[in-house]
Design a protein around this ligand. Structure first.
Ligand SMILES: [Zn+2]
Length: 322
């Protein structure tokens, strides 16, 4: 028998789940908050503690997938950098993991460490495989919250790239003024300027509103609760415009069968859906964007209240897509 474990590491929270790979049911083994100073070795110890709680004697094989919020060399299980976790930098997970696990389990163990948006893409592919008949179909996933995460499955494999930066669509650019540039640039968390996530993420919309009206809101939800629609309508129009440009670029690079859009921004879908359709129709000229395309090929996914099922499922199934 095989034991499958999926782990979703966020910037402030970790979920460790046992995954039934036949019916995709998740059993939460551990769920806890972390800080910027959480260490990779603490995560390894947590995983081992949780494995101890299970009866390992019944298993011949353990498959563990870890989704991390950063840049990962998945082929080597090597974490290059997670911007929101200080110590998740240049970490060889094979080294620190197998040193510990080999002491408690003698059977076969597979470990897969991957970027969380890539894990989410795999999770969505598995979850919706039957519903959307995804066999041999390319998909792109965008998760829009604080930033924009993204991933793609092409020819039945997750796209990793030579430097592990493939499908970092949030850091592609759609506008970069050549002249008078200092006044027209917006700095991005990656260190560059004018990345699309500085215009089209929940955080960027909040920042834009706060700057314009000299406010101090923590998020979009607060703005919607406290301000008049007429005041924040323009934010969502701008958001729809930039998202339409991004989708145009996705269609013209990969032309996927489906573009899945998830994350907290989907809670505000009513504020930007019509405009997004309008801008897509205006901007995408190589193919016809009609209502049918829009409603069938661009799929909005409601965000989760608790654990991110797609990231967990995807990390447990990573072995089939690498
Ligand atoms: Zn960037």
């Amino acid at each position: 028998m095989e034991l499958n474990i999926g782990i979703d590491v966020g910037g402030s929270h970790i979920d460790i789940c046992k995954v039934n790979i036949n019916n995709y049911k998740l059993e939460i083994l551990d769920s806890f908050d972390i800080t910027y100073y959480y260490k990779p070795i603490d995560l390894i110890n947590k995983i081992i503690d949780n494995l101890f709680k299970l009866d390992l004697a019944g298993y011949e094989k353990i498959n563990i997938g870890i989704a991390l919020p950063g840049i990962v060399n998945t082929k080597k299980n090597y974490c290059i950098k997670c911007p929101n976790l200080k110590y998740f930098k240049e970490i060889d997970f094979n080294k620190i993991f197998f040193k510990k696990i080999n002491k408690i389990f003698k059977g076969n163990i597979d470990l897969y460490v991957l970027n969380d948006a890539n894990a989410g893409t795999i999770g969505i592919y598995k979850k919706f495989f039957n519903k959307f008949n995804l066999y041999n179909k390319d998909i792109v996933y965008l998760v829009i919250g604080t930033g924009i995460g993204s991933g793609a499955i092409i020819n039945n494999k997750i796209v990793l790239g030579a430097d592990y930066s493939a499908f970092e669509l949030g850091h592609t650019k759609v506008y970069y003024p050549k002249t008078n540039y200092k006044n027209n640039l917006t700095k991005c968390g990656c260190g560059s300027f004018n990345c699309i996530e500085t215009f089209a993420s929940a955080k960027s919309l909040t920042d834009l509103f706060n700057n314009k009206y000299h406010k101090n809101y923590k998020g979009l939800k607060e703005i919607i609760q406290n301000e008049k629609y007429s005041k924040y309508k323009i934010l969502f129009n701008d958001f729809a415009f930039y998202l339409a440009l991004l989708i145009n670029n996705i269609i013209l690079t990969v032309n996927p069968y489906y573009i899945f859009i998830g994350g907290k921004i989907v809670l505000s879908l009513n504020y930007f859906k019509e405009k997004l359709f309008y801008f897509l129709k205006q901007n995408v000229k190589m193919i016809k964007i009609n209502k049918e395309y829009f409603n069938k090929r661009i799929v909005f996914l409601k965000p989760f209240n608790n654990i991110n099922e797609y990231n967990i499922l995807g990390s447990a199934f990573a072995k089939d897509f690498i």
